[in-house]
Design a protein around this ligand. Structure first.
Ligand code: CTP
Length: 402
């Protein structure tokens, strides 16, 4: 399998197993992966950067603040550049620092900042490996999603025999290859275009006030992140939130329901699936005051006009094959209301939740939903993180698009 176009950041920390890493880098280079090597200063005592530059065909990065070199935010660029990070060998010191969030050199800072998967090949003396502190750090890292490969049992440079030897470069190479193979299989939305809306809309009342709702945008952003990870060309149309736009998605910020409607229409061409996870406003002030409305003494009544229903408007002249998905946030008669919205808005799927259910609702990272398809029995799903739910929904949608 060629790894052409795949980017791997290989990080070396200070251990004698460094001398084996050029074999790994060469193997990756042979299958056309792009490789960026980053070394700690301690690693450079065991093997020279020049050796690794020769086999990777790229300058090796070592220092966080090298003199006479413009680096600016290089640590962030290097953290975002790869598809995969491999740390080999990883010392007990590196494991401890990473498990505790310490980022005091270029490599640990990159590992702290990277949104990419990290595979770690530890290498150390058996006493250090078996130390309960090291074992605790390994467990912390594994629980956080870092993947450990090895160490092996065998003879060590220190003449001891036991567990602690770095797995051979061939085995690390195999793990990297398997990672990319599995990743390719997971990309069920490759070649598909998904348009997602998220967050609340704001309807201005005057230059300083607006009507809005409590949507945090978390579900929509989780969907956009998952859609990118599953290979979709992803557009995220979002009302104002406190969340960072996901990497890899086209981000379209909007404010009012009318803006959101326009943005959805503008980006609809070629879309395979529209997911309306946003909470548009159902009403907007009839008149937007040009100047700040003064308090006055008397009670006030707001005149509101209905806004456009984006889903209904899109459903009216729905392009062939477009899969339409809505969310229904209900505090009572959930199933009945969701069924009604499914039919009324001509949806292919509606995701029902109740903000009063434990673990569901605004600003939390979990969600408990029931999914409804036309003509099928409602399916309640387990309480799960918004990210897990996003993957589950998109995998269901991938099957519907195909
Ligand atoms: N929606 C929309 N345009 C609107 C309001 C809602 O496209 N102006 C979408 C939402 O993004 C969601 C679905 O319609 O996917 C259902 O939204 P919800 O607020 O639950 O229902 P409403 O249709 O607004 O009805 P109600 O507020 O009466 O429950």
């Amino acid at each position: 399998m060629s790894l052409q176009g795949k980017k791997v950041l290989v990080g070396l920390t200070g251990g004698i197993a460094c001398y084996k890493v050029p074999y790994l880098v060469r193997a990756l280079h042979k299958v056309e992966a792009e490789i960026q090597v980053v070394m700690t200063v301690a690693a450079t005592k065991f093997i020279t950067p020049l050796t690794l530059e020769s086999v990777s065909n790229r300058p090796v990065a070592v220092e966080m603040f090298p003199e006479r070199e413009f680096v600016s935010t290089r640590h962030i660029e290097l953290a975002e550049w790869p598809d995969l990070v491999v740390i080999a060998p990883a010392t007990a010191n590196f494991l401890g620092k990473t498990a505790s969030g310490v980022s005091d050199d270029l490599l640990t800072t990159i590992v702290c900042a990277t949104p990419r998967p990290v595979i770690i090949a530890p290498a150390m003396n058996p006493g250090m490996w078996n130390n309960p502190v090291t074992q605790r750090n390994v467990k912390t890292l594994q629980d956080l999603g870092y993947r450990m490969i090895g160490p092996d049992e065998g003879e060590m440079a220190c003449d001891h025999t036991g567990v602690g030897r770095m797995v051979e470069p061939d085995a690390i190479f195999e793990t990297v290859r398997e990672f990319f193979e599995a990743d390719a299989k997971k990309k069920v939305l490759t070649g598909r275009r998904v348009l997602i809306t998220a967050g609340p809309c704001r309807e201005p009342l005057d230059p300083v006030r607006y009507i809005s709702n409590r949507s945090s945008g978390k579900m929509g952003y989780a969907l956009a992140e998952a859609a990118v990870a599953l290979g979709a060309e992803t557009v995220l149309v979002s009302g104002p939130t406190n969340l960072a736009p996901p990497h890899g998605a086209t981000f379209v910020p909007v404010e009012t329901t009318e803006d959101m409607h326009r943005a959805v229409r503008d980006h609809l061409a070629g879309t395979d699936c529209l997911i309306m996870a946003a909470a548009p406003a159902d009403f907007a002030p009839d008149v937007i005051a040009a100047e700040k409305i003064k308090k006055g003494d008397s009670a006030r009544t707001l005149d509101l006009r209905p806004t456009v229903d984006i889903l209904k408007s899109i459903a009216k002249d729905k392009p062939d094959g477009l899969v339409l998905v809505g969310f229904a946030l209900e505090t009572e008669n959930g199933l009945e209301n969701a069924r009604h919205k499914l039919a009324e808005k001509h949806l292919d799927l509606i995701v029902l939740n109740n903000p009063r259910d434990p673990g569901a609702g605004f600003d939390v990272d979990t969600n408990k939903v029931t999914v409804l398809y036309p003509g099928r029995k409602p399916e309640p799903l387990a309480l799960q993180s918004k990210s897990e739910l996003a993957y589950e929904l998109l995998e269901r949608l991938a099957a519907m698009i195909h």
